[in-house]
Design a protein around this ligand. Sequence first.
Ligand code: A3P
Length: 306
Amino acid sequence: PREKNFDGTYLYQFNGVWYRHKFLYGMISTRRHFPARDSDIIVSTFPKSGTTWLKALTYAIVHRSRCAFEHSPLLTTNPHELVPFFEISYYLNKNDIPSFEHLYTPRIFGTHIPYSTLPDSIVNSNCRIVYICRNPLDQFISHWYFLLKQAHDKESETLSLEESFEKVCNGVLEAGPFWEHVLGYWKASLDNSHKILFLKYEDLKEDTHSYVKKLAEFLGCPFSNVEEKERVIEEIVKLCSFENMKDLEVNKPSRNIPGIKAKNSDFFRKGEVGDWTNHLTPSMSERLKILMEEKFSGSGLAFKLS
Ligand code: A3P
């Protein structure tokens, strides 16, 4: 089955999950061919939930000893290039298997693949997964603007906010239904807390410093020297902050990454919690809140909304 996405392109359903064409092709190929290494780190996310930010933070933490922060590759390269989505890499290579030779060890990859569909080599190896999601009201607004921007660039026929909202409530959005994706990683993280770290955008925003510390510990590279610890963490927080990253030359609208349709600047819009209050009517937000309560009931999972 296929359904219209917010930007007028199509989403395709596979095993109950909605994919954009590239990601579907790439997911199938990744499942067949991706040989995970025990040292690999997978940044897995629901789209528009802080992928760019978590990729940057993970890269900055893991590769911090490679060079001084003032020369960090994050200052001149977009996080999606330093931490590639393996779906996109497999899609772009078509019949060849990408070598990923250019990546430093530990290799860091991004993905939107649901937990239940991850390649066996990821689930069965010792590689670690960091997952981030975001309250579905902000996620929807962020997603809508993101696709709208690209649709304008291509002049394709877009869905209205109301039509797109209807799709979301029916689970029809990239990587959706939202609930299944989030609950899949949430439950897996409860069963396997040394393999999967489950994060929420709102928490990361509220106390980035503590989460950088937590991430480093989880990834097996804690900050050891007490004196240095706070300074280095602050450097990482600052380097990866929305304010810093959005103004970098590499993240200006004229730049983009091969294989990714969006411009680098499209990944940086507002970077706030609660922007949904400026866009959703009371009945829309109420509907999503009720759905959220129903779907997450008994799971122990909840989101801060502002
Ligand atoms: P908004 O559209 O609400 O501003 P993703 O990276 O998963 O595509 O998600 C994009 C969202 O994360 C956008 O949200 C974007 O502005 C926000 N974002 C990008 N970089 C960020 C950063 N360094 N810190 C906080 N938020 C960031």
